[in-house]
Design a protein around this ligand. Sequence first.
Ligand code: XIL
Length: 379
Amino acid sequence: MQTRRSALQTIILAGVAGPSLLAGFPAVAEEVKSLKAAYKDDFVVGVAMNAAQIAGKDALGDSIIRAQFNSISPENCLKWENVHPEPGRYDFVVPDQYVAFGEKNGMFILGHNLVWHSQVPDWVFHDDKGDLLTRDALLARMQDHIRTVVGRYKGRIQSWDVVNEALNDDGSLRQSLWYKIIGDDYIAKAFQYAHDADPEAQLNYNDYSLVDESKRHGAVALVTKLKEQGIPVATVGMQGHYNLDWPSAELVDATISDFAKLGVKVAVSEFDIDVLPPATSQHTADVALNIKQNPTLNPYANGLPDRVQKQLAKRYGDLFDVFVKHRDVVNRVTFWGLTDADSWKNDWPVKGRTNYPLLFDRSGQPKLAYYAVIRAARK
Ligand code: XIL
């Protein structure tokens, strides 16, 4: 329990969104505390850090991260294309700063991610002549990458998203080049290599839309098989790229229960709630999607109406109620970005929109949703 008010909390108290919006939240405004303090007995609360925050070029952002969160994820700097852009060349400048930030602030540090079909250069799958690699050659390359990156941060990055988004919506394995060249055991191999490189690290399978029935069944089957083979998968990361009316709290609740039965922990690994009209009927977070801009898809360019602000707050509160209910199995809730200005949701799946998916507004002030999340911890 925090007794002294930090400078940030004073800012928060001074900067509340206005009396009408805070109706129903007065007690919280009086006794506001940080997200990490509010959930300290339940799970760690994380945030994805972008390049500016890691480089120390966003002083306000960094101060909010230090005050509010006790876990960090790297939004992009540890993805293959950034950390290993060319054969034999690794770039650890930004990742080193990222890990140093987390260590300095005593945070639970994530690695994201090792094996994924996106943000991985083409050369990874080809030889010098441009032909696809053989299974053995790609396995060797994967092992070299994992050993080098995980090994460098052994004992310092506590948890790795080893394989990201391996499943199709129907629950079958995605036909990525990893799958096509290596076969379905590429997932088990990736976990084994990561475990060999840092036996203490908590290893995660991470994916989106795991609440949807077929995909959830696919994930349950995948984790079951890995566990039967003795592969050390510790946590299922439910990315949590949600919107105002999907998925229902009941669905999230049921999904967490299903994974809990497998004997793994659950992380909500990339949480945000899109408030804009859906540009696609698919439940997807596929970063390759790029839908054409159209003014009806961007209705809040000049500000979020109070009505939607309240809807977002209620939605955040309802979902945190579910996470708290499952506090024995949920080990982390990580927001995919700090402020609304930082969010990838401004440019995905439609470029150039103005979205409001996070707890802090564009000037770093806590939104009504922030108070709803704090209040969900107080019951
Ligand atoms: C996103 C980042 O937020 C963007 O900056 C980047 O341009 C694309 O990737 N699922 C994931 C994350 O696992 O790595 C993605 O992050 C969002 C979807």
